[in-house]
Design a protein around this ligand. Structure first.
Ligand code: FE
Length: 361
């Protein structure tokens, strides 16, 4: 058994090295800038009996969080990062022999998919129930949100008067003809956005909204949120829909960015609120260290971890008693859409078909 564990740990270390090389290549930076495996050595895992986390959240966002956890609890954390789909397949393939205890990933659609694959065990935590609002965690208790991002409207401050903006659905109005940018419908963020639109408005209304957006597109959908903002900056379009932290990153890079965020659906008539989503966590069904994994999850929703976990990615803490990162706070406050995020996964197949019918590429 020890030998088997050793082998799976070694396999995981190899996996982490390969993953970091691939990620390095994708990021356009030399893998040699990160010479050590993100997972640490096999010996260190055996000696410390460390918790093992698989994370689709990037290393620079989780490393400081785990460092603080280790400092506060004495529990070491080893981790491997990769795309969510790769990690979920890996966990399924490893089965009972997985060295991993916890999966951290982003978007309720992805968390719901992971839960549906049967890789999680219930969190069963009074702390999570107390600290995380019910709509930001799984209704079957397989995952919880850890930080919150809004998927909201971004606009050119040079060409748009914010008084012209009101709601998501209004981006399909005639005043935005040829002025709208959207990210590709293949991205889970937009699948969740449309799923929540179906939950809120019903399928027929949601389809007419998405069709009206497509009719107003200035250019074909962009591959990511940053490219969408770059298209606005280049004058190709004037408004779009993005996750807040991408705006935060661009704002940090470029002083006096001629872009601003707008919080839609805040008035009496359009009062459904801003579409929000989460980065979240689940404990693996085959974790050999479930008690400590639960300790990590409970620590992650605690006050001391929340500001750091959310702040490093310019997100909002899940627990609203925690102070928001000052840059994020500067964007103003808004009413969130309180629909349960569990629906983002359940309605995803309908959302994907709807976007296809609407001609949203
Ligand atoms: Fe993202």
């Amino acid at each position: 058994m020890i030998n088997r564990m050793f082998n799976s740990q070694a396999a995981l270390a190899t996996f982490a090295v390969i993953s970091s090389i691939i990620l390095g290549l994708l990021a356009g930076c030399s893998p040699s800038s990160e010479p050590e495996s993100a997972l640490g050595s096999v010996e260190s895992i055996e000696m410390n009996d460390a918790l093992v986390v698989y994370s689709s959240r990037n290393e620079h966002l989780i490393r400081p969080v785990f460092a603080l956890f280790t400092e506060e609890t004495g529990i070491d954390v080893e981790y491997a990062t990769d795309k969510a789909g790769v990690l979920i397949e890996r966990i399924k393939a490893e089965g009972k022999n997985t060295p991993a205890d916890v999966l951290i990933t982003v978007d309720a659609g992805t968390l719901g998919y992971a839960a549906q694959q049967g890789i999680f065990q219930p969190l069963d935590s009074a702390d999570v129930v107390e600290r995380v609002p019910a709509y930001l965690r799984d209704d079957k208790d397989y995952w919880t949100g850890l930080s919150l991002r809004a998927r909201t409207i971004v606009y050119s401050t040079e060409r748009v008067n914010p008084e012209q903006l009101s709601s998501y659905q209004d981006l399909g109005a005639s005043q935005w003809q040829g002025r709208v940018c959207l990210r590709t419908s293949k991205k889970v963020y937009n699948q969740s956005l449309v799923a929540m639109l179906i939950a809120e408005q019903g399928e027929a209304k949601a389809e007419s909204i998405v069709s009206s957006w497509v009719a107003n597109l200035a250019i074909p959908p962009t591959s990511n949120d940053t490219k969408l903002m770059e298209a606005i900056l280049a004058g190709q379009c004037d408004v779009g829909i993005i996750n807040t932290y991408y705006f935060g990153r661009l704002q940090e890079k470029q002083e006096n960015l001629p872009l601003a965020l707008f919080w839609p659906n805040q008035t009496e008539e359009e009062n459904s609120g801003v579409h929000v989503n989460v980065a979240g966590v689940g404990i693996l069904k085959h974790s050999k260290n479930a008690a400590q994994a639960k300790r990590l999850v409970e620590w992650l929703v605690s006050d001391s971890a929340q500001a750091l976990f959310a702040g490093v990615n310019k997100e909002y803490p899940i627990n609203d008693s925690v102070e928001i990162n000052p840059q994020v706070a500067s964007w103003g406050s808004f009413k969130q859409n309180p629909l349960p995020l569990s629906q983002a996964y359940l309605l995803q197949p309908a959302a994907v078909k709807l976007m296809d019918r609407a001609g949203y590429k």
